[in-house]
Design a protein around this ligand. Structure first.
Ligand SMILES: Nc1nc2c(ncn2[C@@H]2O[C@H](COP(=O)(O)OP(=O)(O)OP(=O)(O)O)[C@@H](O)[C@H]2O)c(=O)[nH]1
Ligand SMILES: [K+]
Ligand SMILES: [Mg+2]
Length: 442
């Protein structure tokens, strides 16, 4: 029988309300010990006085909820204590719970892990709980909620059950071979495996859409010294994150800010101005700038409008189809317009804020094209990607296997790779890694 765990489920620190969660066979004992009363009616908020079971001192007047197993978040008996969110109240209740026999503080992610182990949801949904807790933008929230509702798990489990049917077919063929037909995969099964391999490949080939939506789309600001890159970063971030000065070569290190642009998470990076370096520090800064530009999903190529229509050569060379060309300082230069890399220039002033809205809209459109996609659930984690790559490889091998026994073994491997994603098969080794991502109380 499992031990009973407890933890503060809300963020630590002073707050209006703090929720303490208790889960396990002794949760009812704990609730009775602190309230001095019989258990309240299940799932009904009840106002009670909580007192220290040892000294009898009053700790709080709290709302308590009682969820008997199995109808609870973890599938075990669960008690929730909604406290006044002061540090002393929370500390007193936590200490009182620690004195109840059979209780111990929870590890990070332990509540969600128990829910998974009790079959409340599959691993992809458990991972989505962590994503939802960390979601900072609307698009991230939507993706996590979809995944939590089982959108990804359903796709992977669907593939797995089709594979298991194909496997049954293959195994029947091994037991009762048709002497006239040579070769590995029989004709009846081949199209099934081919179709699955194609679906898995299409799912893998999404340019990291789901992973990017979790982690943010990477945007690098590049341009000549004094074009106003750092000023632009500050204007978009709404704070003085980077140093601005009239001296060319101010920025050396890459400076990152995290933004919400139209509901999409964006990691915006300011970089050193591109020119012949004057010392080795600047040289390293420029190397980092080019490296970041190379790895970015989108480049903001910033030009100094005061030299319009002359445009910096080094910056022009970096422009490709993943770039947005920006002309800055239009407060000085006056209006500018033109087409670069097939797209209209965005004219802005980091100083007055003119044009920043259109720039944000253009960025959001880029993010939308790359991240939002077709509504099919996206691949969200490297863990899923590597298992799917393994599955795909095994499917391709099975198609070219010369013996049905070998084809069956490959299909079995492909199915096992899918089962590892949802947590159906041998996952003990990954559980610790996955739940370590969670905070305590989740
Ligand atoms: N008038 C005007 N001046 C600007 C604007 N944006 C930046 N500046 C000025 O241009 C100068 C350079 O700005 P920075 O933001 O430091 O330029 P940078 O591209 O980051 O320069 P490096 O880091 O040296 O590559 C500063 O004096 C800014 O005040 C703008 O929109 N209008
Ligand atoms: K500067
Ligand atoms: Mg700068």
């Amino acid at each position: 029988m499992s031990v009973t765990i407890f933890a503060l489920a809300t963020a630590p620190g002073r707050a209006g309300v703090a929720v303490v969660r208790v889960s396990g066979p002794a949760a009812g004992d704990a609730l009775r010990a602190l309230t001095g009363r019989p258990l309240p009616r299940p799932r009904m908020a009840t106002l009670v006085r909580l007192a220290d079971p040892v000294g009898g001192e009053t700790l709080d007047d709290a709302l308590v909820l009682w969820f008997p197993a199995p109808r609870s978040f973890t599938g075990e008996d669960v008690a929730e204590l909604h406290l006044h969110g002061g540090r002393a109240v929370v500390a007193g209740v936590i200490e009182a719970l620690g004195s109840v026999p059979g209780l111990r503080p929870a590890e990070p992610g332990e509540f969600t892990r128990r829910a998974f182990e009790n079959g409340k949801f599959d691993l992809t949904a458990a991972e989505a709980v962590a994503d939802l807790v960390h979601a900072e933008t609307a698009a991230q929230r939507r993706q996590a909620l979809r995944q939590m509702a089982g959108a990804l798990g359903t796709v992977y489990e669907g593939w797995r059950s089709r594979l298991l049917r194909a496997l049954a077919h293959l195994e029947a063929d091994i037991d009762f071979p048709d002497e006239d037909l040579p070769g590995g995969v029989p004709d009846a099964v081949r199209p099934v495996i081919e179709a699955l391999a194609a679906e898995v490949a299409a799912h893998l080939d999404d340019r990291g859409r789901g992973e990017r939506l979790r982690d943010g789309i990477h945007v690098a600001i590049v341009g000549a010294p004094n074009a106003g890159k750092s000023s632009l970063l500050n204007a978009l971030a709404g704070r003085e994150a980077a140093i601005v000065s009239a001296r060319a070569g101010t920025t050396r290190d890459v400076i990152e800010v995290h933004l919400d642009v139209g509901g999409f998470p964006v990691v915006l990076a300011d970089t050193a101005g591109l020119r012949e370096a004057t010392d080795e520090i600047e040289e390293e800064g420029i190397r980092r700038a080019l490296d970041r530009a190379d790895r970015a999903d989108v480049k903001l190529a910033v030009f100094d409008g005061t030299s319009w229509p002359a445009l910096d050569e080094a910056t022009l060379r970096l422009i490709d189809r993943d770039s947005i060309a920006v002309v800055n300082k239009v407060d000085v230069s006056g209006p500018v317009s033109g087409i670069l890399a097939g797209q209209p220039l965005v004219a802005v002033s980091a100083r007055t804020g003119a044009g920043l809205r259109s720039l944000e809209e253009r960025l959001a459109t880029f993010a939308d094209e790359r991240l939002a996609g077709s509504g099919t659930p996206a691949l969200t984690r490297a863990r899923h990607r590597s298992a799917l790559e393994e599955c795909h490889g095994a499917l391709l091998r099975s198609l070219s296997a010369v013996l049905p026994e070998l084809a069956a073994e490959d299909v079995r491997m492909a199915a096992r790779a899918l089962g590892r994603i949802t947590g159906r098969v041998d996952v003990e080794d990954v559980l610790d890694v996955i739940f370590r991502d969670f905070c305590i109380g989740k």
